[in-house]
Design a protein around this ligand. Sequence first.
Ligand SMILES: Nc1ncnc2c1ncn2[C@@H]1O[C@H](COP(=O)(O)OP(=O)(O)O)[C@@H](O)[C@H]1O
Ligand SMILES: [Mg+2]
Length: 275
Amino acid sequence: MKLWAVANQKGGVGKTTTAVILAGLLAERGRRVVLVDLDPHASASAWLLSASSPREGVAALFGGADAPAAADLLESTAQPGLEVLRATPALAALERRLATQPGMGRVLGEALGVLHSRADHLILDCPPTLGLLLVNALAAAERVIVPVQTEPLALEGLRRMQETLEMIARSQGREIDSWVVPTLYDQRTRASREVLGRLRSEFPAGLWPGVIPVDTRLRDASLAGELPSRFCPRSRALGVYRLLVEALLGERPRDEAVAWDTPLDEVRAEEVAIA
Ligand SMILES: Nc1ncnc2c1ncn2[C@@H]1O[C@H](COP(=O)(O)OP(=O)(O)O)[C@@H](O)[C@H]1O
Ligand SMILES: [Mg+2]
C-alpha cells in the first residue's frame, strides 16, 4: 500500500484539487484508493460525498483505545475503487486538543496501516496549517506531493514547507520523497511566468518539470460534485495530471519535460521540452 500526502502550508494552491484528481485517476486505472480528508474545511469530502453521514470520519482515529477501525469509517463514491475517509468539524477541535499532548505524531500512520488489505493507495489531503494533523500526515507518508501556485507569495510558502519536510526527515532519520508540482499556471500573466522561472532556478530539488494550467473545468467539476476524470476527462489540466500520475507511478521518467501548452493528443504523442 502506497501512502502519498498532498501538502502545502499555504491554502488555495490546489492541494484538494490535486488530491481528488490523483485519487480519481488511480481508481480509474483499477487501483483501490482511499482519499483521506485531513482538512477541517472538508473540501474533498464535500466534493465527493453527500453532506451528511452516520460515519464519524477521520477524527475518530485519534480516539485512543475507543477508536474505531479505519476500514469501518470508509465511504464509497460514484467512482468504483475510490473510497473516502471524510473530514468533520471535529478535526478542528482535535487539532487544538492534540497540540498539548506529546507522542501523538504517529497515530494516523498506525491507524491507516490496517487498510493495507483494503487499499493499494492512500492519498492524504492535508490542512494548510502546520499542526499535528499535518505532522501526522507527513510522518506517515512515503511521498509528499507539494502543489505550488505559480504566484509570487507561493515561493515563501514553499520555503516553509521545505523546512517542515526537512524537520520530519531529520526526526525520522529518512529521506522524504517530495514532488513539487506547479499549479494554476496562466501563461498570459507575467507573474505566472516569472514565478515558474524562479521555481526552476531557486527550487530545483524535487520540482516536477510539468505545469498544471489554470482550467476552469476543474472548478466546474468540484461545483458539480464530480470527479474531473469523469466530468472533463479531455480537459487540458487533466491531461497534465495524467502525465503526473504516470511519472509518480514510474511509467515515465520523473524528470521528463512535458509541455503544458500543446493539445492533449500532441502531448501524449510527443514530449516537448518547455523553453
Ligand atoms: N488548475 C486549476 N485551474 C483552475 N482552478 C483551479 C485549479 N486548481 C485548483 N483550482 C481552484 O482553486 C481553488 C483552490 O484550490 P484547492 O484545490 O481547493 O486548493 P487548496 O486545497 O490548496 O486550498 C479552488 O476553487 C479550485 O477549484
Ligand atoms: Mg484544500
